[in-house]
Write a new protein. Structure first.
Length: 249
């Protein structure tokens, strides 16, 4: 697969943006940055670079909204695939080619190759913040049960997508809960999904989700609302999902 893009959703990443982009460009030639309304020096730094495409949201719309823009860009560019990678230094750009390769492996075409920080253990792994790990475990178990998936990491943002598969999705969730809507729509569309092990790196454990989502209880309640809404949205295309949601089977 030769025609692929790497996309980075960015919000206030002045500390990491140059070093991460420099490293990403060692493994990719077509890189797009979605600056989601940054208010620090990130926009100024990005203006000094001519080696990446920058799409700017004038205001902060959210992580999910930035990824929506990245998906739309990949579709308009007629790309075959897109890799999404965060700009906080928690993902290793050298893994990008491996994610792309996994989209076509052993004669199997995958639609989503999703990084997992829990599929394998690496010597360099750091412990996840307790509330994040607990919520990830609970949500992952819930979605596996409801959707008959076999995920180990619901929230990892390091992924490769086949762009033809993205055309089947209607992602609208603007915030950090976007992956929950993604998994429900992907299961409804019967996309072929595989996980790929990636190291667990936490450079800024106290990084904020923003607002009330910093409270773990409120964050979990929000995730449940997003899951319920996502099930409702696909109920006409996947009528069996509503029964699964009610029974928890």
């Amino acid at each position: 697969m030769s025609n692929w893009i790497v996309a980075l959703p960015i919000f206030n990443e002045e500390v990491h943006v140059n070093s991460v982009l420099d490293e990403v460009l060692r493994y990719a030639t077509d890189v797009v940055v979605i600056d989601d309304g940054s208010t620090d020096r990130t926009p100024e730094i990005l203006r000094t670079r001519n080696d990446v495409t920058v799409i700017t949201h004038p205001d902060n719309r959210g992580y999910g909204a930035a990824l929506q823009t990245a998906f739309e860009y990949a579709i308009k560019q007629n790309a075959d695939a897109i890799v999404t990678i965060d700009c906080d230094g928690q993902h290793q750009p050298q893994i990008i080619p491996q994610l792309i390769e996994q989209l076509d492996t052993e004669g199997i075409e995958f639609d989503i190759v999703s990084g997992s920080r829990y599929l394998e253990e690496f010597a360099s792994d750091k412990a996840a913040p307790e509330d994040r790990r607990r919520i990830n475990v609970e949500i992952t178990r819930q979605l596996n049960q409801l959707l008959n998936l076999n995920l180990t990491d619901t929230f990892c943002g390091f992924k490769a997508y086949r762009v033809s598969a993205l055309k089947k999705l209607r992602i609208t969730e603007p915030g950090y809960a976007m992956p929950l809507q993604l998994w429900i729509q992907a299961a409804c569309a019967k996309l072929n999904i595989v996980e790929f092990p990636v190291p667990r790196i936490y450079l800024e454990e106290e990084r904020s989700f923003g607002g009330s989502l910093d409270d773990a209880i409120k964050r979990m309640a929000h995730y449940q609302q997003v899951i319920a809404k996502a099930f409702e949205e696909v109920s006409s295309d996947c009528p069996g999902f509503s029964a699964l949601q009610k029974t928890g089977a």
